[in-house]
Design a binder for this molecule. Structure first.
Ligand SMILES: Cc1cc2nc3c(=O)[nH]c(=O)nc-3n(C[C@H](O)[C@H](O)[C@H](O)COP(=O)(O)O)c2cc1C
Length: 417
C-alpha cells in the first residue's frame, strides 16, 4: 500500500504541539545534528537536490535548485518566507501540519535558513488561520526559550528569528510575489518576474519562498539521507506528499502517499471510494485550478510530470471527487465565482475574463445560455492563459478549457435550442 506516515507520522498525538512531547519523538534532532557536526551549508543544499524534493505549493519546482539561486555573496540580508496561505479551494494539508506538528515545520525552516545563510524567516499565514497562528506562535516561543531558535543557537553562533505574519485572507496573496508585497505592507498584487525572489525578494533582498509542506520534508531528508528519501517516491519526485481529498468519498481527509502512487488507489483504497454505491463522474486532482479528469482518466500516477502528461496538474494535492449526481455546469459556475472574486484586478484579461466567464456560467445555469457561449468562454480563457503577470489567469483558464471540452453536453443540455 503506497500510503505512508512520514510528514504525518505524529499527527495522531494531540500533545505533539508541545515542545517536550515533540522532542521525545525526535523533533529538532536533525537541526541539533546539523549544528553539532557543523555540516557545510552547501552539503545540505546538495542533499536536498539529490533527494528530489519538489515544492509542494503547487508548481513543483525542485527545492534545492531554488535555494541554489540565492546569491552567496550578497551584502544584503536574506529572507525565508514560508507560504502558509493555503488558499486553493480543496486544499487543507498545510493546515494539518501547522496545527498538528508545528515543530516539524520549524525544524525544516531552521535547516533551510542555515543552508542558505538566512537569519530571519517569516511564516506568511492566511488571515483565517486563527488556530494555526496560535499553535505556531507558541511553538516558536517554546523553541526560542529552549535555545533552538533565536540568538547563538546551541552555542553555534548562528542566529535565527521566526516571525508569523498574518495575511487578510486573499487567495492572490498565496502567489509568491503578491505574498511579498503583502508582507511589505503593500496591496497584494503580483510582481513581474524576473527578477525572481531568490535575487530580489522581500524588501528588495534575496528571498526563498517555500510551502509549509516543503519545509516539513527537510528534516526527513536529513534523517533518512537523500537516497532513502528519494526512493520513497519516483526518479524525479522524491519522498511523499500529503493529499487533501474531499467531495464524494467515504473518508475525506488528509492522507500521505508516496510520490507516484495512483490517484485511483487514493480515491478507492485509501479514501474508501464513493459512498452509496454511486458512480464516479469526475475528479479535480490538484485544487480548483487543475483541469478536471473524467472517470475513465484517473488511473494516473500522483506525480508532477505524469499528471501534466494526463493534461492536468498535481498542484497542491487537493483531490475533489465528484459523483454522478453532480452538475458540472454548477461546479464550473462556483469555480468561476471564486476566481472572479479573487482576481486582484491588476491585469485586464484576468479581471474582466474571470468576471465575464462567471456571468456567462450563471446565465447558462439560469437557462438563458446559447451554444456560442461555450466558444466565447474558451476565447476568454485563451486570452488569459499565460498572458498575465501571475498564473491566476491560467488558474481560471485551465479549468474552463477542461470543463467545457470534456463536458460540453452538460452545458448544452441547459440551453433551450
Ligand atoms: C494564485 C496563486 C495562489 C497560490 N497560493 C499558494 C498557497 O496558498 N500556498 C503555497 O504554498 N503556494 C501557493 N502558490 C504558489 C506560490 O506562488 C509558490 O510557487 C510556492 O509558494 C513556492 O513554494 P514551493 O516551491 O515550496 O512549492 C500560489 C500560486 C498562485 C499563482
Amino acid at each position: 500500500m503506497p500510503q505512508i506516515s512520514l510528514v504525518s507520522k505524529n499527527f495522531q498525538y494531540p500533545d505533539q504541539v508541545e515542545l517536550q512531547a515533540a522532542l521525545s519523538r525526535g523533533a529538532w534532532e536533525q537541526w541539533k545534528r546539523v549544528l553539532a557536526e557543523k555540516i557545510p551549508p552547501a552539503a545540505i543544499i546538495e542533499e536536498v537536490k539529490a533527494a528530489k524534493l519538489r515544492g509542494q505549493g503547487g508548481a513543483g519546482f525542485p527545492t534545492g535548485v531554488k535555494w541554489g539561486f540565492v546569491p552567496k555573496d550578497s551584502p544584503k540580508p536574506k529572507y525565508l518566507c514560508v507560504n502558509a496561505d493555503e488558499g486553493e479551494p480543496g486544499t487543507f494539508k498545510d493546515r494539518a501540519i501547522l496545527e498538528n506538528d508545528p515543530h516539524l515545520m520549524l525544524e525544516g525552516v531552521a535547516i533551510t535558513c542555515y543552508a542558505v545563510g538566512i537569519h530571519t524567516a517569516f511564516v506568511y499565514m492566511r488571515g483565517e488561520f486563527y488556530q494555526p497562528q496560535r499553535v505556531m506562535e507558541k511553538a516558536i516561543r517554546e523553541a526560542t526559550e529552549a535555545g533552538l531558535l533565536g540568538k547563538n543557537i546551541q552555542g553555534s553562533g548562528f542566529d535565527l528569528d521566526v516571525i508569523v505574519h498574518m495575511g487578510a485572507g486573499a487567495y492572490i496573496c498565496g502567489e509568491e510575489t503578491a505574498l511579498l508585497n503583502s508582507l511589505e505592507g503593500w496591496k497584494g498584487w503580483p510582481r513581474l518576474k524576473p527578477p525572481f525572489p531568490a535575487v530580489v525578494g522581500a524588501f528588495g533582498c534575496p528571498t526563498v519562498i517555500n510551502n509549509v509542506e516543503t519545509m516539513a520534508g527537510v528534516p526527513h531528508i536529513m534523517r533518512l539521507g537523500a537516497a532513502e528519501f528519494q526512493k520513497l517516491g519516483t526518479e524525479k519526485d522524491g519522498g511523499t506528499k500529503l493529499f487533501a481529498i474531499s467531495g464524494h468519498v467515504a473518508k475525506p481527509g488528509v492522507y500521505e502517499m508516496t510520490m507516484g502512487s495512483s490517484l485511483k488507489e487514493l480515491i478507492y483504497d485509501v479514501a474508501g471510494g464513493l459512498p452509496g454505491g454511486r458512480r464516479l463522474k469526475a475528479v479535480i486532482p490538484g485544487g480548483s485550478s487543475a483541469p478536471v479528469l473524467k472517470a475513465d482518466e484517473i488511473d494516473v500516477p500522483l506525480e508532477f510530470e505524469a499528471m501534466a502528461a494526463a493534461g492536468t496538474m498535481l498542484g497542491s494535492g487537493a483531490v475533489i471527487v465528484l459523483d454522478e449526481t453532480v452538475s458540472i455546469p454548477e461546479v464550473f459556475m462556483v469555480t468561476a465565482r471564486f476566481y472572479a472574486h479573487e482576481s486582484c484586478g491588476q491585469c485586464t484579461q484576468c479581471r474582466e475574463g474571470c468576471t465575464w466567464i462567471y456571468k456567462i456560467s450563471k446565465k447558462i445555469l439560469a437557462g438563458h445560455g446559447q451554444p456560442s457561449d461555450l466558444d466565447l468562454m474558451l476565447d476568454l480563457a485563451d486570452n488569459m492563459n499565460g498572458k498575465t503577470v501571475c498564473p491566476l489567469g491560467a488558474a481560471m483558464a485551465l479549468p474552463t478549457i477542461g470543463f467545457l471540452k470534456k463536458f460540453p453536453h452538460e452545458f448544452l443540455a441547459l440551453m433551450k435550442s
